[in-house]
Design a protein around this ligand. Structure first.
Ligand SMILES: Cc1ncc(COP(=O)(O)OP(=O)(O)O)c(N)n1
Ligand SMILES: Cc1ncsc1CCOP(=O)(O)O
Ligand SMILES: [Mg+2]
Length: 224
């Protein structure tokens, strides 16, 4: 499995100022989004399935990967490209058994040890965070923002791609990528933006800028 992860939209309709998830995703596709995760945690499985099915054709037509948060069963039923799994979900290996070798399976981590384990277990990519404080997800009191230094340690510890998530904005995305992420995952930076299409473009430009900065860094092996 190989997937582009530069810009990654995680959906959450209740942050979209009255617009539907499909409208937000359509705008993100127009702005060049690479991958979309259906994360409508307060909706029923039936609703999650309906939303994912509605997004199947437009994402496939645009060459945009479509994954489902938490629910392997919804991903199978909607013929999504994969799932994004966290600590409370099915482990990677049984999810792989159900979804197949070609499925995209992402795993959330916030420590080097968890990242190494997820890689060993066959995850295709890691969602690393929360990098910065966020109000889009309830986090336990002991789960503070991990910051860029921990993200760099995780990036250096694994060979699979990682995306930084949590409080990422167009103004911060270049720093996240320069610190070692392959891309950035966001909810509010696109979903709550006045113009989600423009916000997606701004994120993509910031990711390119972070990659240029990393390539130019003499501390990075093989750079100029
Ligand atoms: C890309 C990406 N990274 C991390 C997460 C967080 O997943 P999880 O820890 O399972 O929490 P919920 O999103 O399920 O509340 C993610 N969804 N996507
Ligand atoms: C789902 C998730 N996992 C870690 S932080 C987060 C929320 C990201 O939302 P935002 O981009 O609005 O901070
Ligand atoms: Mg989850």
């Amino acid at each position: 499995m190989s997937v582009t992860l530069d810009t990654y939209l995680v959906t959450q309709e209740d942050l979209s100022a009255g617009r539907t998830t499909t409208e937000i995703v359509d705008a993100a596709i127009a702005g060049g989004i690479d991958i979309v995760q259906v994360r409508e945690k307060h909706r029923s499985a039936a609703d999650q399935l309906a939303i994912t099915r509605e997004l199947r054709e437009p994402t496939a037509d645009a060459g945009v990967a479509l994954v489902v948060n938490d629910r392997v069963d919804v991903a199978v039923a909607a013929e999504a490209d994969g799932v994004h799994l966290g600590d409370d979900d099915l482990p990677v290996a049984p999810a792989r058994d159900q979804l197949g070798e070609d499925a995209i399976i992402g795993r959330s981590v916030s420590t080097v040890a968890a990242a190494a384990t997820a890689e060993e277990n066959g995850a295709d990519y890691l969602g690393v965070g929360a990098v910065y404080a966020t109000s889009s997800k309830d986090v336990d009191a002991d789960e503070q923002a991990i910051g860029l230094d921990t993200l760099t340690e995780i990036a250096e510890a694994v060979d699979i791609p990682i995306v930084g998530i949590g409080g990422v904005t167009p103004g911060r995305a270049a720093d996240v990528v320069e610190a070692g992420a392959d891309g950035v995952a966001v909810i509010s930076a696109i979903t709550a933006a006045d113009d989600p299409e423009d916000a997606t473009r701004a994120l993509a430009e910031a990711v390119r800028s972070g990659k240029r900065r990393r390539a130019d860094d003499p501390a990075v092996e093989g750079s100029a």
